[in-house]
Design a protein around this ligand. Structure first.
Ligand code: DGJ
Length: 658
């Protein structure tokens, strides 16, 4: 609910309150972000930190908006123009007191999440240079100490959770890579050093942007904390042309009075829909670039027998693509490997009862491709600068509309011609040699192609991927159905990756394959059930060389896929509670699923694992053993979990009895 009360606005969700006030100078300030307040309580608050700090005057913090007018003057002095209030949406309109710049601060309540973004309009006849244009700045009430929770990582080791005391300084989280990044992810959580998984206050924000970004957190000497974030990395500037309008991505925030888990629940509710994701088989780990129709069909037959619902032909199907040195850009079936085209394979996959899926990397081009030879002007680069190749490939300049149109045309053709049900959209290199005017329009055109493709093919599922989890963010999740979380499919290592991923993103969006053991990521052999139990915590897929699996393994796998399908509604639609780094609980309606893994005996035994949120007065039946447990006993004593060895795991299914 949003209430407007003169120069004060009160935005209230079930468990949070946010108060914006105009100070005597017309500058919007955040008077409160925390538990809900009444209007009377809100009126007593002094105006707090600025909602979008600019440069100028006695301001020495992090500027969220830095601009320079044509005459060289910087900063802004605001004059309030008015409000627009429409249900759960509020816009505060302001103008510079002298220059023809108008700004809109946008607020929207969606459940427990407050979305914010900024718009700028240049009403003048000279350009305005934007040196920094963040979406929003945030400021919780002051506390004695602050702690920062975020993820860091690398290729094959994304989303590693970090929780560190925040120094009295400015701390920057950023990606300069043109995608949201393996090294970091565009969200953070802050607490006063006291919050736990289920208790205490946590303030969290996430940026819906899939390109470069920056968040700067400033902890002041006196306990104050503010942070500002938005698209673009430092040093990048934009021009706001006469008559031009700029709109930043959404930078959303949640306040959780019940710990990190509570913050995750709110993010999951916001980012989740009700659809169950299919069991996908993907051929990449099994066949790499060396693919043929016969071998793909043989894999498809086995995948179907195991219960896969979609069969995805990964890299290697298109013209000239026998290694990563050639082919990107030439999006038609390789005539050597697929002399009859892809149709026979696609039809055979459908005849087996599965959807047909295809891998693409539309933003990239190999120098050794027809596209690079015929359209060299489409390749991203700068005059007098070397063109950096990563994985032997360059990027197309997706900021150019004709490039985006071409990509949309190719994808639309592929999806239509082969009846593609599932598209894996990969992006395997960072952006380099890009001018100021490329970074933001590039991502907007990626979004536009995805949006238009999905609008044209409403049933199409899209998996977002950038060498694993390099481009996972709320912006990408708004236009894809799931994310390929990491190229690291070793189940034991994957536990930590999934633990970090799940802090923001819902389980249904977390692509997780069961692959071979050992595989390229580990020499260690892990039991099939352990691999399945790890992958069942998300959108389970299969990625191994099924042609090498024994009859016994295939039979066991088929049973585990069936078991997964049975718990899938609970995992994909339920509330996720982290019961430790290696134990997760999903609760949906009258059902509870708990997955507990022990990756190594070097780690302490996980028992007792105590479920959360059960009704202490109710009884719960273990659906496998038939044993009946009292909710109060489970909450207090936990589940008995004998996990004596490396790579052991359990799946417990409880149903509440009436
Ligand atoms: C990187 C992805 O993360 C992998 O899953 C696979 O699709 C390869 N690219 C293919 O080149």
């Amino acid at each position: 609910m949003i209430v407007s009360a003169g120069r004060l606005w009160l935005l209230t969700t079930a468990s949070s309150g946010y108060v914006v006030r105009l100070d005597a100078d017309d500058t919007p300030r955040c008077a409160h972000w925390g538990p809900p307040l009444t209007l009377d309580q809100a009126r007593d608050l002094p105006p707090g930190a600025e909602e979008l700090p600019v440069e100028g005057g006695e301001r020495f913090g992090v500027p969220a908006l830095q601009l320079r007018y044509a005459d060289g003057v910087r900063g802004a002095e605001w004059r309030f123009l008015g409000e627009e209030l429409d249900g759960e949406r509020l816009v505060l309109r302001l103008a510079d007191r002298h220059y023809p710049l108008e700004i809109g601060l946008h607020y929207r309540l969606r459940g427990e999440v407050l979305e914010r973004h900024t718009t700028l309009v240049n009403h003048g006849d000279t350009p305005i240079t934007l040196l920094r244009c963040d979406s929003a700045a945030w400021s919780p009430p002051g506390r004695e100490a602050w702690r920062l929770t975020h993820v860091s990582g690398e290729w094959g080791g994304e989303f590693r959770l970090r929780r560190t005391p925040l120094p009295v300084a400015e701390t920057v989280l950023t990606s300069r890579r043109g995608h949201s990044g393996h090294e970091v992810n565009p969200w953070l959580m802050l607490d006063a050093g006291e919050a736990t998984e289920a208790h205490g206050e946590v303030w969290s924000t996430a940026l819906a942007w899939s390109g470069s970004w920056r968040m700067t957190v400033r902890r002041e000497h006196g306990g104050g904390l503010t942070w500002s974030g938005g698209h673009g990395h430092d040093g990048l500037t934009w021009r706001l042309e006469p008559g031009g309008r700029a709109e930043t991505p959404v930078f959303a925030g949640v306040y959780s009075p019940d710990g990190f888990g509570g913050a995750s629940h709110r993010w999951h509710d916001y980012l989740r829909d009700d659809r169950l994701r299919p069991v996908v088989y993907n051929s990449w780990e099994a066949t790499g670039f060396a693919i043929s129709p016969g071998q793909q069909l043989a894999l498809a037959e086995r995948a179907a027998a195991l219960g896969a619902e979609v069969f995805v032909v990964d890299d290697g199907w298109f013209a000239g693509r026998s290694s990563d040195r050639a082919g990107l850009g030439d999006w038609h079936a390789d005539p050597g490997r697929f002399p009859d085209g892809l149709e026979p394979l696609a039809d055979a996959v459908r005849a087996l009862g599965m959807g047909f899926g295809l891998w693409v990397e539309p933003e990239s081009v190999n120098p050794d491709s027809e596209l690079a030879r015929t359209r060299p002007e489409w390749i991203l680069g700068q005059p007098h600068r070397r063109a950096t190749q990563v994985r032997n490939q360059l990027l197309l300049d997706f900021s150019r509309d004709e490039v985006a149109e071409w990509a949309l045309g190719r994808l639309d053709h592929l999806v239509g011609r082969y009846g593609v049900a599932f598209l894996k959209w990969d992006m395997n290199r960072p952006v380099t040699e890009a001018g100021d005017d490329v970074w933001i329009p590039y991502i907007r055109n990626v979004y536009a192609v995805l949006d238009r493709l999905r609008a044209a093919h409403p049933g199409l599922l899209v998996e977002g991927c950038a060498s694993g989890g390099g481009r996972a963010d709320p912006g990408m999740l708004a236009r894809t159905d799931q994310i390929w979380t990491s190229d690291n499919t070793d189940a034991a290592q994957r536990l930590a990756i999934q633990h970090g991923y799940g802090h923001l993103y819902p389980a249904a969006t977390m692509g997780a394959w069961v692959t071979d053991s050992p595989n390229a990521q580990t020499a260690r052999i892990t039991p099939l059930a352990f691999r399945f139990h790890v992958a069942m915590a998300g959108a389970l897929g299969l990625g191994g060389d099924l042609l090498r699996w024994s009859e016994q393994e295939l039979a066991e796998a088929a049973g585990l896929v069936a078991r997964y399908k049975e718990i899938r509604p609970v995992v994909h639609r339920g509330r996720l509670d982290r019961l430790g780094e290696h134990a997760v609980q999903y609760s949906h309606e009258d059902r509870v699923v708990v997955l507990i893994c022990r990756p190594s005996t070097l780690l302490p035994a996980t028992a007792p694992v105590r479920p959360r949120g059960l009704d202490p007065g109710a009884a719960y039946r273990d659906e496998d053993t038939g044993a009946v447990h009292h909710g109060a006993v489970l909450l207090s004593h936990g589940l008995p979990q004998p996990l004596p060895f490396d790579a052991t795991s359990t799946l417990t299914r409880l149903r509440r009895l009436r």
